[in-house]
Ligand binder design. Sequence first.
Ligand code: SF4
Ligand code: SF4
Length: 87
Amino acid sequence: MTYVITETCIGTKNTACVQVCPVDCIYDEGDHYLINPEECIDCAMCMPECPVEAIYPDDEVPEDMQHYTTKAAEFDYSGIAPGFGIN
Ligand code: SF4
Ligand code: SF4
């Protein structure tokens, strides 16, 4: 399992989730943040921090947001560093 950032992050991007993630697996994709599912340890700490409820466990992502799960899984994280303000 992993956690997934969805649409409401767009336009908010306040980095609250990034700041609490213990394994630095949240990356700035541009429009919104992405959680690398291969690095996420499913601790759930990010979820309550999000002011716009953009973050879901992957088995609870709403039907109309499931392309964010696919995007996070297929994204190439190799070229960017996790976190904010450094990409
Ligand atoms: S569930 Fe935990 S490890 Fe995964 S992105 Fe959120 S804070 Fe990071
Ligand atoms: S806490 Fe929510 S809105 Fe803020 S960066 Fe993370 S997912 Fe986006």
